[in-house]
Design a protein around this ligand. Structure first.
Ligand SMILES: C[S@@+](CC[C@H](N)C(=O)[O-])C[C@H]1O[C@@H](n2cnc3c(N)ncnc32)[C@H](O)[C@@H]1O
Length: 266
């Protein structure tokens, strides 16, 4: 182990409960970059943890009681009142939570003018699949979701049938592997800034490669601390760079904390 620095780094990162369930592929990729840049294994471990915090951990509560939440969702589904339980749990992901004040308006705007949506791919999803009960999907819809946390994906995989959905929730690093499912609609919500922290090319690659007729891409309208700092204008310009050279039809929606583009890739 000692003469394999990458294996030692992965083991050290996984020893922390906060990162135990993070995709190993992602830890390895960030860890390898940091080992190449830093003077010691210790520095590379710290830098890897810092990056993992910025791209994912910062959005989560200290404790995410997935088993208790699943029990709550099962009860709620039996009572036919899934929305209230989903709403409460969504509030535990700092990014997904920001959408709660305008959740119904968000899907009304995004799905307006779209043909019926029978399949969804939710990339870097966080707890966003829990908003499925507000989405006007077809009754037999399929929902595929992915993010870097194995425990979160196990939880979301168990939630999908409670919401009447077929589908999968898988642990992934979308900077290395772009899910190959062909779907009517892909969500890439507020994820590009997180993803680009460890891979500058990923935004454009994802938009070009995702196998979806429509892609809903969004950017944060403010920082996690609530500051605006010209973010909408900055991300609007960045989005234009990402789609430069493509003739995609685009609809734009501005919400209080989120700038949304609905792409029709034709
Ligand atoms: C700002 S949050 C957005 C969450 C969700 N899409 C939403 O808007 O409600 C960014 C998400 O990207 C995920 N993420 C970061 N890097 C990733 C990667 N390489 N592959 C997949 N997901 C990633 C994080 O875990 C986090 O859930």
């Amino acid at each position: 182990m000692a003469n394999d620095p990458l294996a030692a780094l992965v083991a050290a990162v996984q020893a922390s409960p906060k990162y135990r369930s993070v995709s190993v592929d992602l830890i390895q990729r960030i860890g390898a970059d940091e080992l190449a840049k830093r003077r010691s294994l210790k520095e590379a471990i710290k830098a890897t943890k810092d990056t993992l915090h910025q791209i994912g951990g910062a959005f989560l509560d200290q404790k995410m009681p997935y088993d208790a939440w699943l029990a709550k969702l099962r009860d709620a589904a039996e009572r036919g009142d899934l929305r209230a339980a989903c709403w409460e749990i969504i509030a535990h992901h700092a990014s997904t939570r920001e959408r709660l004040p305008f959740l119904a308006d968000f899907y009304a705007a995004v799905f307006a003018d779209l043909p019926p949506v029978a399949s969804v791919l939710d990339l870097a999803c966080g707890l966003h699949p829990l908003a499925a009960p507000w989405m006007p999907l077809t009754p037999d819809a399929i929902y595929h979701a992915c993010d870097i946390y194995g425990d979160m994906m196990t939880f979301l995989g168990a939630f999908l049938p409670l919401a009447g959905l077929r589908g999968t929730a898988t642990t992934c690093d979308v900077t290395q592997t772009i899910p190959a499912q062909q779907v009517d609609l892909a969500f890439l919500l507020k994820a590009i800034p997180s993803l680009e922290q460890s891979d500058k090319t990923v935004g454009r690659r994802l938009l070009e490669s995702v196998q979806a007729r429509h892609v809903v891409v969004s950017f944060p309208g403010q920082s996690l601390g609530g500051r605006h700092k010209g973010m909408p204008a900055h991300y609007e310009a960045h989005f234009q760079e990402l789609i430069a050279g493509h003739e995609w039809h685009i609809r734009r929606h501005a919400f209080p904390t989120e700038l949304v583009f609905v792409l029709d890739k034709g």
